[in-house]
Design a protein around this ligand. Structure first.
Ligand code: PMP
Length: 361
């Protein structure tokens, strides 16, 4: 096989080799259709099967109850930052956001364009190094929903459990952790995620939403941004991001074959624990996030010396451990170890970290 690197990018990020190899084999002729999925009408029988299977398999993987819709839409999570308030902030016009990172803040700022969005808590003053514990009483009783970002891709923190919102509908951005650990969908009114981390190529977003929350958008909302248009048309009101849905579907099949989300969670916990244990025991590296709030997907660490951090990322790169630099806004290092990052990649990273520590202590 061609030389592949260990890609620790935060997204778009590593995808399962098995899926890409199968897709490559079928690139010119998908299952005897004589054409690529990229060339195929979304109204054709083979594509109908692709999208239906993808939805059914995602439902199985996440144990999505029947009173939830699963929607496949175009665009990134940034578009959903607007779609959420346009569809859900339509009762009292109020929504409460917990700010745990830049993406949470952007979601909040977008909602503030459309109504009375309130930041009920923020860990910004502490550089987003923890998840604030918000008592149920801090949410406004008449808010249309409460919003959280389950996993904070840039800072490397995540919720260990859903907050008690005192009965408010809970909405979450799960872009960087969906399918990495088991979740109880019934705790949420809406879960949304961009595909380009644990699911497939960029250009697809997934919305899992309680049916009773569909159809609440005002008439003035652009057609494409109304959840109902997608729910009523099986995510095929217009041309869906067909190729992305196909690859996502192949990823879902592979996950099911490999034991589902429970099996993924076990591996992810083992991968993350190895890395954090090594960091905690090391004399050179520290992980800034509070231990109870650490992400399984994005492991952030620093040496405390900016120059050394840069040297780390560039020397790692030369050894085929790529994209280890932290987000451009915070520096340091970040190892994104999504589902498709093999455990061997984490072992290789730890071996490199040890060597770098010895050479630079
Ligand atoms: N939310 C989270 C948690 C993210 O990590 C990202 C970006 N990777 C976004 C939102 C923004 O996604 P997009 O670039 O698809 O708009």
């Amino acid at each position: 096989m061609e030389e592949r690197v260990y890609n620790f990018s935060a997204g778009p990020s590593v995808l399962p080799v098995e899926v890409m190899r199968d897709a490559a084999a079928q690139m010119l002729n998908y299952e005897g259709s004589g054409m690529s999925v990229m060339e195929m009408s979304h109204r054709s029988a083979p594509f109908e099967k692709i999208i239906n299977d993808a939805e059914a398999n995602l439902r199985t993987l996440l144990n999505v109850p029947d009173d939830y819709d699963v929607l496949f839409v175009q665009g990134g999570t940034t578009l959903l930052f607007a779609m959420i308030p346009l569809n859900l902030m339509t009762g009292s016009g109020k929504a409460d956001y917990i700010i745990t990172g830049q993406w949470a803040e952007k979601a909040y700022q977008e909602a503030a364009k459309f109504g009375d969005a309130k930041a009920v808590a923020s860990s910004k003053p502490e550089k987003f190094s923890y998840i604030p514990k918000v008592p149920a009483g801090d949410f406004r009783k008449d808010a249309d929903y409460a919003h959280i970002t389950w996993n904070n891709t840039i800072y490397g923190s995540k919720y260990a459990a859903a907050p008690d919102t005192g009965g408010l509908t809970l909405v979450t951005d799960m872009s960087s952790s969906i399918l990495s650990e088991q979740i109880d969908v019934t705790k949420f009114g809406c879960i949304y995620a961009g595909a380009q981390k644990n699911i497939g190529p960029a250009g697809l977003s997934i919305i899992i939403i309680k049916k009773e929350l569909v159809g609440l958008a005002k008439e003035s909302v652009p057609t494409y941004m109304d959840f109902k248009i997608h729910a009523d048309n099986g995510s095929m009101y217009n041309t869906p991001p067909a190729w992305c849905i196909y690859i996502a579907g192949e990823v879902f099949k592979l996950l099911l074959k490999n034991g589902g989300v429970a099996a993924m969670e076990e591996i992810n916990k083992r991968k993350a624990a190895k890395l954090y244990d090594y960091i905690d025991g090391s004399g050179l590296y520290t992980a800034p996030v509070a231990k109870d709030d650490r992400s399984l997907m994005n492991v952030v660490f620093v040496t405390g010396d900016e120059g050394l951090d840069k040297k780390f990322a560039s020397e790692a790169n030369a050894e085929g451990l790529v994209q280890l630099n932290g987000h451009r806004s915070i520096g340091g290092m970040r190892a994104s170890i999504y589902n498709a990052m093999p455990e061997e990649g984490v072992d290789k990273l730890i071996a490199f970290m040890k060597k770098f520590e010895e050479e630079n202590a």
